[in-house]
Design a protein around this ligand. Structure first.
Ligand code: PFF
Length: 456
């Protein structure tokens, strides 16, 4: 990894926020919540962030800043001669598999940004309604999305475009600039979401949408709901696979690890919750099923913008900000396999970037096709897209989470943890004891129970 990239402390925190806030908040969280019954899912999600996500984030920052190295090297340094470094290898695999579907959604976002720019949503609805005036704009956008996502070439080309943009950024050394920009973009995204929340309050389906999103109906909770919410929490915070560990190695010596983790998790959760408050009332206002799946955001939001005053500009700004948020997350995912190939296989950055881009592109083609002509090809009932998604968030990330918490709880020298969390005994570190107890017993046991419960 080019260790100069995030030389400054601000850069490291910005990079971590950039990694956490992404399509996971705006695209994945609302559709998972919609498919898993609403309020109860939200509650389990927030509890997972608080009791599993934040301790893991602190654990990763602690390992990273103590070793000042990337993920597999960090384990080799802190636990030499052991197999702990395999946690890093698994993290690399997780990153590549996630990229295999994340870049498809980033491609959709790129396409929708272009369509927002060319005012294509309004035109599509108008054209469809001249043929059949009975059609609602929600019906048109749903049919339009389904035709787009299940077609062969268009989503693949947009995905390839998104991979190309990533590769150019990774090679061009403008990554730091982008991370800096995301320090302005993330608050801008939050402000835009707040405006949309105000708009949401004026929609006829506001009360129903909020009831669905906030009222926990526990009759809808199954083992699968719990593991899905937990996996979403890990996915959204970018924990349990070593990315935050790598960013931790760039944190300055006087950065308060606990406070930083708490702020990142709060901002990330806030953005996800705001996205929910925007999307669910819109679903009930326009007659869109909240359990619609991965297309939910892409069907709902154009409808919201089409009826809003100033909707054209808002729509464009929104998709651009989501695109940027997705790009910074995608870059953090790319960095893991690229730096691995550079360091472990002595490849140049250029060759490593091209290799990873090619592998990701191939996986992306399979993911994209599996939503259309390839939907009949399934493994254990899952198409390729779902397989990649579930394999990482329901299986590999929970295992990564268990390993990381066990490592800091049991294996890492206690004085290292103490130094990291008190900044070499300059701060009180009052949460050190509960944190260690949490990482030793609570976090691994809870994840293991949920994980095994789901298997059974
Ligand atoms: N956290 C990102 C998001 O919410 O979009 C996605 C992600 C990035 C997941 C990095 C995992 C990861 F390691």
């Amino acid at each position: 990894m080019s260790r100069a990239t995030f030389a400054s402390r601000l850069g490291a925190v910005a990079a971590a926020v950039g990694s956490a806030v992404g399509l996971g908040n705006i695209w994945r969280f609302p559709y998972e919540t919609g498919q898993n019954g609403g309020g109860a899912f939200l509650l389990i999600y927030v509890l997972s962030v608080m009791f599993l996500g934040i301790p893991l984030l602190i654990a990763e920052f602690t390992i990273g800043r103590s070793a000042h190295a990337n993920v597999s090297r960090a384990f080799k340094m802190l636990a030499p001669g052991t197999k702990w470094y395999l946690t890093g290898v698994m993290g690399m695999l997780v990153a590549v598999i996630i990229l295999g579907f994340y870049t498809v959604i980033l491609g959709w976002t790129l396409c929708y940004t272009w369509r927002a720019l060319t005012n294509d949503f309004a035109m599509t609805v108008a054209t469809a309604q001249t043929v059949d005036p009975q059609l609602s704009s929600a019906d048109v956008m749903a049919a339009d999305f389904s035709a787009f996502s299940s077609s062969v070439w268009s989503p693949i080309l947009w995905m390839a475009g998104s991979i190309l943009i990533n590769a150019v950024i990774m090679l061009g050394g403008v990554q730091k600039g982008l991370e800096r920009a995301s320090r302005i973009m993330m608050p801008a995204l939050a402000v835009l979401l707040l405006i949309l929340v105000v708009n949401s309050c004026l929609l006829p389906g506001f009360a129903k949408g909020c009831e669905f999103f906030f009222y926990p109906d526990f009759s809808k909770v199954t083992g699968r709901t719990i593991i899905t919410a937990m996996g979403q929490a890990f996915f959204s915070l970018s924990v349990a696979m070593g990315i935050m560990l790598a960013y931790g190695s760039y944190l300055g010596d006087n950065t308060k690890i606990g406070k930083t983790a708490l702020s990142i998790a709060s901002l990330d959760t806030l953005i996800a919750v705001l996205a929910g408050v925007v999307i669910f009332p819109a679903c009930y206002s326009y007659g869109i099923d909240p359990g619609k799946g991965p297309g939910l955001v892409f069907i709902t939001l154009p409808n919201v913008f089409m009826q809003m005053p100033g909707g054209y500009a808002m729509c464009l700004a929104f998709f651009m900000l989501v695109l940027l948020a997705g790009l910074t997350s995608c870059m953090s995912l790319f960095e893991v396999p690229i730096s691995y190939l550079q360091e472990e296989h002595r490849m140049s950055r250029r060759v490593a970037t091209m290799t990873v881009a090619l592998v990701v592109c191939s996986l992306g083609v399979l993911s994209s096709l599996s939503l259309g002509i390839g939907s009949g090809v399934t493994v254990l009932g899952n198409n390729f897209f779902d397989l990649a998604d579930k394999l990482t968030s329901l299986y590999m990330m929970p295992i990564g989470g268990i390993l990381i918490s066990l490592f800091v709880g049991w294996r890492l020298d206690r004085s290292i943890t103490h130094d990291a969390l008190t900044n070499w005994r300059n701060d009180s570190g009052w949460y050190l004891r509960p944190l260690i107890i949490g990482l030793r017993y609570v976090v691994p046991v809870l994840i293991a129970i949920v994980f095994v419960g789901n298997l059974i």
